[in-house]
Design a protein around this ligand. Structure first.
Ligand code: PLP
Length: 371
């Protein structure tokens, strides 16, 4: 018996009956785009994050792209983000025509190095995108104020951090806009692609509602050139149902993380995730670091035992083919580069049991000769 990396199917099983009942009602009415379930989800999700507005969109990448567009970001502008992130953060900047400006991550949290951000700000900087990577919420309150004083917007990339918080402020409630992904493997996953933007700014929310729907909130009322990126109703129904379980599922992930830490803390070959308070981290993934020469062998050893792991991410942004046009050679962001060679993401999901965790940890120690 192996250990899965994630388990969207376990979540589906929990919501299946309710979801099917609601989908049947919608199907019988023939109302497949927009409507009550989407409005309800937006209301519930805004309340969950603690913002005034939530605007459902087609996926997390569109959430980032449309957020940048709503702020008027375009050619000639610069947007700062971090080299250790999923490629979507930077793709969204690229597709507005603005220039992505990257910084390294810090060696303990693997999150964006805020001091480097401040040094990279120029007169062209229009926005900063902090990424709450792996499920860990950055405390961006000071950065947000610093940026506001300079007329720079903060867009939080909250794709991986739903439910994480800093002193009661949820990830997504500290910047000007925040972007969530409901990709099925996320902590709050749809049954396909989905995303959402949250904000306290009513003007921006209105603009985003236009941008996602061909430039207007009403049929054939096109006030600006927009896009087609709406949250589908079948996903909104699933998300509304799953939202009831978010706190319980988050606690389970945090408990799993504590068990991993308990069982691996004696290992001199494994670096464990660093976090200040457990509330700040919702463990979208549980990332360990082992020395470069051990990582791939360890991954193979675990796979032989049926334990699925992965790497977030095998290459930092500046070393991907897609962004080789940016002026950053190998060696520019040493921490992100080292992370990409040493990190391993262990199984983490709502169906993970204590026995699974013990099996994973024993297999790790066996391979690293630490039994
Ligand atoms: C950090 C980060 N940003 C953005 C995205 C993009 O979200 P989506 O896959 O829904 O487009 C993801 C999804 O994996 C992500 O992890």
């Amino acid at each position: 018996m192996g250990v899965l990396f994630s388990s969207a199917q376990s979540e589906f099983e929990i919501i299946k009956d309710k979801w099917m009942q609601e989908v049947e009602k919608i199907g019988m009415k023939g109302q497949f785009v927009g409507g009550r379930p989407v409005d309800q989800f937006e209301k519930n999700f805004a309340a969950y994050v603690g913002t005034k507005h939530a605007v459902g969109v087609g996926n997390g990448t569109d959430a980032l792209f449309l957020s940048l567009k709503s702020l008027g970001v375009g050619p000639g502008d610069e947007v700062i983000t971090v080299a250790n992130t999923f490629i979507a953060t930077v793709e969204a900047i690229h597709h507005t025509g603005a220039t992505p400006v990257l910084v390294d991550c810090t060696a303990d949290t693997y999150l964006m190095d805020v001091e480097q951000v401040k040094q990279k700000v120029t007169a062209k900087t229009k926005a900063i995108i902090p990424v709450h990577l792996y499920g860990q919420c950055m405390d961006i309150r000071e950065l947000t104020q610093w940026a506001r004083d300079r007329g720079i917007y903060i867009i939080e990339d909250t794709a991986q951090a739903i439910g994480a918080d800093v002193e009661g402020m949820k990830a997504g409630s500290m910047g000007d806009l925040a972007c969530f992904s409901f990709y099925p493997g996320k902590n709050l996953g749809a049954l396909g692609d989905g995303g959402c933007i949250v904000t306290n700014n009513t003007e921006l929310a209105t603009q985003l509602k236009k941008l996602r729907n061909h430039g207007g909130q009403h049929l054939y009322d096109h006030q600006c050139p927009g896009f087609n990126s709406r949250l589908d109703v079948i996903h909104a129904i699933a998300l509304n149902e799953k939202l009831h379980y978010m706190n319980e599922w988050t606690k389970h992930r945090q408990r799993c993380a504590e068990l991993y830490i308990e069982q691996l803390k004696g290992s001199s070959a494994v670096s464990l995730p660093f976090y200040e308070q457990i509330e700040r981290h919702v463990f979208h993934v549980f990332v360990i670091r082992v020395q470069m020469e051990n990582r791939d062998a360890l991954k193979k050893h675990l796979l032989k035992k049926g334990i699925i792991t992965t790497t977030h991410y095998p290459k930092p942004i500046h070393l991907t083919g897609a962004f080789s046009y940016l002026p950053y050679e190998e060696g520019t962001f040493p921490i992100a580069e080292q992370c990409s060679q040493e990190m391993l993401s262990l199984p983490m999901h709502i169906a993970l049991s204590e026995a699974d965790i013990t099996a994973v940890c024993e297999a790790i120690k066996e391979q690293l000769h630490e039994e």
